[in-house]
Design a protein around this ligand. Structure first.
Ligand code: AMP
Ligand code: MG
Length: 398
């Protein structure tokens, strides 16, 4: 898939207040110095350090109080030797004031203040631009804006950003047996899980899932649904119909829809062996098996790496190093992804494997992360240290 060019989402200008979870479409630099002026870090007095050097209880430094710095306003003027200016936390330091003393270390009366301790006066202020200088590089294109990053941008004077538009990802659900939660069910029908789990995962990862009517297991109807989805959206994710059964039309429909068509079909992975990856022009196609565990896991393992290229992103979930609670024994002929529940006990992170079939959504519903059993390994002993990769959670890290 790597050699096939994937369409890049277009760039849109959005207000900072709308930017949480969005992906930057270009690099960002600080617009202003942060802080924009030298600020006191304490409630107290702005001073000249040489005036208060060595001040103590026994030998306080006495200074004339020459004025106040109001919050949100400039200092009244430069400080003069032998004087102090009242300043609140975050207030502007007067020019030539190179120290600030805490009110707790002073006593004021009759227009004079006695300073008893000035040992930390030099660090009780923040210089102009100490946090960021105007023009400092902040983030590159492809960065997902977390709440803390949004705070940093606000502080740096940035009101609007260029973000990638959320790529529209069509979600096609195939299967005559599917009934929506809440709808009456005939014998032989099952609840449609993937419509909900896949849409939620796509939305959390920064895409706009576009839902379509269920696709019947009938070739002409499937072809028509796919044609509409590929015309209306930037990418297509299909649930079900990707294996080799008589009514598994995904490979034929994708192959006939355009070029290059099917790029990968069948991967040596469990769950999700019959997964299909394709391209129609520059639009990626992810054909997932219908089993809900396979569909969800394969969306993460093989779907997101392709889909995220539209946002200039790569999967970047940082694995959590954990101790395996019990042995895993599987066939070495495939690479396996095993859902695990993580818990903290005895100073360690414990990964408890959740074993079941790929139809049992319960095993994913209680899982926090996935671990990998590499092709050819077949076994991981209890007590082994494993890397558990979290599944998409907050919209920032599939
Ligand atoms: P398929 O890949 O179409 O052969 O489907 C494999 C299995 O997954 C079958 O047992 C289907 O009933 C089941 N399945 C397919 N789609 C869904 C869905 N949206 N939700 C829950 N189960 C599904
Ligand atoms: Mg099916």
């Amino acid at each position: 898939m790597e050699r096939h060019p994937v369409r890049r989402a277009r760039s849109v200008r959005i207000a900072l207040a709308e930017a949480s979870g969005r992906t930057l479409a270009g690099p960002l630099r600080a617009l202003e110095n942060v802080p924009p002026f030298a600020r006191s870090r304490v409630d107290g007095y702005a001073v000249i350090l040489t005036d208060v050097a060595g001040a103590s209880r026994e030998h306080p430094a006495r200074l004339r109080v020459s004025g106040d710095v109001p919050m949100g306003a400039p200092a009244p003027g430069p400080i003069k030797p032998g004087t102090a200016v009242r300043v609140p936390t975050g207030g502007a330091m007067p020019d030539f004031a190179d120290g600030a003393v805490m009110i707790e270390d002073t006593v004021e009366s009759g227009g004079y203040v006695d300073v008893f301790d000035a040992a930390e006066a030099d660090v009780n202020l923040t210089e102009t631009g100490a946090d960021l200088k105007a023009g400092d590089p902040l983030f590159d294109a492809g960065t997902v804006l977390t709440p803390a990053k949004i705070g940093l941008l606000a502080g740096a004077g940035i009101a609007e950003i260029d973000a990638y538009a959320r790529p529209r990802v069509a979600l096609l659900l195939t299967g005559d047996e599917l009934a929506a939660p809440g709808a009456p069910m005939r014998s032989g029908e099952i609840r449609d899980i993937n419509r909900y789990s896949l849409a939620a995962a796509l939305a959390a990862a920064g895409f706009e899932p576009v839902a379509y009517d269920r696709v019947p297991d009938e070739l002409a109807a499937y072809e028509a649904a796919f044609a509409r989805a590929i015309a209306e959206c930037d990418a297509v994710v299909i649930s079900g119909g990707s294996s080799a059964g008589e009514r598994d039309y995904t490979p034929a429909v994708v192959a006939a829809a355009g070029s290059p068509g099917v790029v990968v079909h069948h991967i040596k992975m469990k769950p999700g062996r019959p997964t299909l990856l394709g391209m129609i022009g520059d639009k990626p196609i992810v054909g997932l098996p219908g089993n809900p565990v396979s569909a969800f896991v394969m969306l993460h393992v093989v779907g997101f790496p392709v889909l995220l290229r539209m946002l200039d992103r790569r999967p970047d979930a940082v694995p959590i190093r954990a101790v395996l609670s019990q042995e895993i024994a599987v066939t070495p002929a495939l690479e396996h992804r095993i859902p695990v529940r993580l818990r903290f006990a005895g100073g360690e992170i414990i990964a408890e494997p959740l074993i079941g079939t790929s139809a049992q959504m319960r095993i994913l519903g209680f899982a926090d992360a996935l671990i990998t059993v590499p092709l050819g390994a077949g076994r991981i002993p209890a007590g082994a240290v494993v890397d558990a990769t979290p599944m998409v959670a907050s919209g920032v890290s599939p």
